[in-house]
Design a protein around this ligand. Structure first.
Ligand code: PMP
Ligand code: GLN
Length: 385
């Protein structure tokens, strides 16, 4: 029998995160693969969700999101970035950043339109572009320095470019784009009259470098949609509450699509996230301080096991080169790793159309408890040792 799945989705089977978490469970491995915190978010945030359920916020909220959350998102963008938004039509609540990405691509990209993105890129980008029947034009970020090559960037643009899909801080690499790099992107987007979809879910998870929203560069607000996620802000990845904001005409394109994907997003969780965003900077700075220490712990542990590590400036992730350990194919190596060592990790090649340049690179997540990271490092050292 032929495969009923539409052809353009054939390359996208099970996500690497599902595969690796299942292997981690099967082998009782330390899961440094899928990026989710192994501790809960702030207790007040969890309590706010319980209270919202008890208060009866259990029926469909407005499709665009509850007014209190849209206002809190607009306040956040103003407080942190000086971006002024009208919460009535310039902010849309989504079911996670994943829905925001898919709905934005489906709302902006006609079949055959080109979407410029950096590679490696978060796994839902290729799949989202395929859903919209767009054409991906990938600009490689080359390890270990990962700087943007202006010529390769310019070469990815054409008169078919409709969208630039940007991610900073960047999953899987941990790179935070510099202002100069973002200016290069902005200049090309303006010259080619392209929209920018900027995935900034890790904006508060930077370690000693500034996060620059591309919407704050001259002339960029009017062509940029910016995406955030409560999962990443407040360590509640299972809640799947995200948002997208920008000028009304762009937000409308996403809103039209969102109505027919999920229509709306879980009501009590929206109330809780609105409360969380109004708790001030403490939950956000506490998380980034504690993640920075855990990043250092993992980077040191991986280096001690013989990996060549690129210290990460942001996100939950660090990328390590396993070539010094004699690894030539990290994709196969990572599939064997949970059984062989009791540790799960993710090969970087799964984030790329062309796996060759990243064949020996492995992504490790450090959003885990210190004791878990210590145990993961101990197991890796015993294996490589
Ligand atoms: N973008 C990036 C870069 C991510 O790493 C993730 C998931 N961790 C998402 C989007 C999806 O976020 P959400 O869980 O809010 O859908
Ligand atoms: N974004 C998370 C990661 O990169 C995983 C999200 C998911 O499992 N879809 O690990």
């Amino acid at each position: 029998m032929s495969d009923p799945l539409v052809t353009r989705m054939h390359p996208y089977g099970e996500t690497i995160f599902a595969t690796m978490s299942a292997l981690a469970l099967e082998h009782d491995a330390v899961n440094l693969g899928q990026g989710f915190p192994d501790t809960d978010g702030p207790v007040q945030v969890l309590e706010a969700a319980r209270e919202a359920i008890s208060a009866g916020h259990n029926q469909y909220p407005p499709s665009v999101g509850i007014p209190g959350l849209r206002a809190a998102i607009a306040e956040h963008q103003q407080r942190h970035h000086g971006i002024l938004l009208d919460p009535s039509d310039e902010v849309l609540v989504t079911s996670g950043a994943t829905e925001a990405i898919a709905a934005a691509l489906l709302g902006l990209v006609e079949p055959g339109d080109e979407v410029v993105t950096f590679e490696p890129s978060y796994d839902s980008y290729s799949a989202g572009i395929a859903l919209a029947a767009g054409v991906k034009r990938a600009v490689p970020l080359t390890f270990p320095d990962l700087t943007v090559d202006p010529d390769r960037l310019a070469a990815a643009f054409s008169d078919r470019t409709k969208v630039v899909l940007l991610n900073t801080p960047h999953n899987p690499s941990g790179k935070v784009f510099t202002r100069e790099e973002l200016e290069l992107v902005a200049d090309l987007a303006r010259r080619h009259d392209a929209w920018v979809i900027s995935d900034e879910v890790y904006e508060h998870l930077t370690y000693g470098v500034p996060h620059v929203p591309i919407a704050t560069l001259p002339g960029m607000h009017e062509r940029t949609l910016t995406i955030g996620s409560a999962g990443k802000f407040f360590s509640v990845t299972g809640w799947k509450v995200g948002w997208i904001s920008g000028p009304a005409h762009l937000v409308r394109a996403v809103r039209v699509v969102k109505q027919f994907l999920t229509f709306t997003t879980a009501s009590p969780l929206q109330h809780a996230v609105a409360a969380a965003l109004r708790m001030g900077p403490a939950p956000l700075t506490d998380l980034s301080d504690s993640l920075r220490a855990r990043r250092d712990l993992l980077v040191d542990g991986l280096a001690a096991s013989g990996f060549s590590v690129r210290p990460s400036e942001g996100t939950y992730f660090v990328v390590a080169d396993a070539a010094p350990l004699g690894v030539t194919d990290a994709a196969t190596w990572c599939l064997d790793l949970p059984a062989a060592t009791g540790v799960a990790a993710v090969p970087v090649s799964v984030f790329c159309d062309d796996p060759a340049p990243t064949a020996t690179l492995v992504r490790f997540a450090f959003c885990k408890q210190e004791s878990v990271l210590h145990e993961g490092c101990r197991r890796l050292a015993a294996y490589t040792g």
